[in-house]
Write a protein that binds this ligand. Structure first.
Ligand code: MN
Length: 431
């Protein structure tokens, strides 16, 4: 497991001035990785350390050089495959290179401005699975259908998930087209095919897997940290009307597979060490998870204190230059299942993983209005409206709306690191 070390020192500063601004997502303690149209890089303040250029300047040696070379191409999969020792070596060297008092004159030529960089998906995602790990979301969503009995009987025993679709995942900034699909209104005799009328977002984080495993070889819970590279923000777009008609009995399909959006920067597990927390304490009376989902280590460190938010900026708001309007905020440490339990469960039957597989957490929600991670919860399944600062009324998303998700960690005496943004504008359905 990654451990606290000098790279987390809150006193460290970078010679890139913007990195030292208290609100910056990418201070020198973060060192998030991403892929630009010109290969891999490390975020620092308002700049990107371009790895190909840094390697060309001879700034890396040993394991850090192997790791930088693996991250310098057009996907982070080769770096993800190398494992935690390489990840930590790259981080340690990047921290030396970018800090105040480091070899600034040699590093400067390898920096490129973040503004204008064409960010790509950080990995070639082979498989995508989406969990349902927020008990608050599961309860809020379940209540809409089963007011007296919102949680299914398996919820506290099994980390529930569906196998998603990797081909339609896009990087932040790519517009999302409203899907057409088959729906049936409750009072209609027959289904119809047409544009989705209940387009929704889901506020999530997702982790990328590290070194792959063999078919038939489960990952033990306490070994899962060696197989988790880092996390980004995920918007699991959802067509509620399509989903509501199609989901029984096999779960989400076309209601989810038309698009998913990922933020471009991966915040590594190394960077998140100071923000690890106790796993959610199960309320009295809740069952203990089965032994393969239980460990002292997981209970002590399985949680992640990450603040998340989702906001909407309508076309009108953007034309007025208004900030996105926050609809919901949640904390990842309230998840009922940890990311480590998710991965242990995913492989417990022998399913193998490959570097760069993506596992979503499920919608992160709290228990009250203002903490909901989906409009299904905000609008109570379309029964209630809400208002944007322009006076525009919403139940679900309209064409032209932009959804903006952010996440960051702070506190615990280690300052702030952020995930950047996951955003996309809704475009009209194809006629
Ligand atoms: Mn989801």
């Amino acid at each position: 497991m990654a451990e606290l070390n000098g790279t987390h020192d809150p006193g460290l500063k970078s010679f890139v001035a913007a990195a030292n601004d208290g609100d910056c997502d990418f201070p020198i303690q973060n060192l998030a990785l991403g892929i630009t149209s010109d290969g891999g890089g490390i975020a620092i303040g308002d700049q990107i350390l371009h790895l190909k250029a840094a390697l060309g300047a001879g700034l890396f040696g040993g394991m850090a050089k192997e790791a930088a070379a693996a991250a310098a191409g057009y996907s982070l999969n080769p770096l993800m495959a190398l494992g935690p020792d390489h990840w930590s070596a790259l981080r340690a060297r990047a921290s030396e290179l970018l800090r105040s008092g480091g070899p600034e004159a040699e590093v400067r030529p390898a920096l490129m401005p973040m503004a204008g960089a064409q960010m790509q998906l950080p990995a070639a995602i082979g498989d995508y699975t989406d969990f349902f790990a927020s008990i608050n979301h599961a309860t809020n969503a379940g209540k809409l259908m089963r007011p007296d009995n919102p949680l299914m009987p398996n919820y506290k025993h099994v980390p529930i998930a569906y196998h998603g679709r990797a081909s339609s995942i896009r990087v932040s900034g790519t517009p999302v087209m409203r899907p057409n699909g088959q729906t049936k209104a409750a009072d209609a005799d027959a289904p119809t095919f047409g544009a989705c009328k209940r387009l929704d977002y889901e506020l999530e984080l997702a982790f990328y897997t590290g070194p792959g495993t063999e078919l038939g070889e489960p990952i033990k819970l306490d070994d899962t940290p060696d197989h988790i590279f880092g996390l980004s923000i995920l918007n699991d777009w959802s067509a509620r009307d399509i989903q509501g008609w199609e989901y029984q009995p096999l779960g989400p399909f076309l209601g989810k597979n038309f698009a998913s959006t990922m933020s471009p920067w991966v915040v590594t597990m190394d960077a998140l060490v100071p923000y690890r927390s106790r796993a959610l304490k199960r309320p009295d009376g809740d069952p203990e998870p089965l032994p393969y989902l239980t460990s002292e280590e997981n209970e002590k460190w399985g949680g992640l204190d990450i603040k998340m938010s989702v906001a909407i900026a309508s076309a009108e708001m953007r034309s007025l230059g208004a900030d996105p309007h926050i609809i919901g905020t949640a904390n990842f440490k309230d998840m009922y299942w940890t990311i480590f339990q998710m991965l242990a469960h995913h492989t417990s039957g022998g399913c193998d993983i490959r570097p760069g597989d993506l596992m979503g957490s499920g919608t992160a929600s709290g228990t009250k209005p203002g903490t909901y991670g989906s409009l299904q919860e905000v609008s109570q399944a379309g029964r209630e409206t809400f208002e944007l600062p322009t006076g525009e009324i919403r139940t679900f998303l309209e064409d032209g709306d932009e959804v903006v998700m952010t996440a960051y960690c702070n506190g615990s005496g280690y300052g702030r690191i952020g995930f950047g943004e996951c955003r996309a504008v809704i475009e009209a359905a194809k006629g």
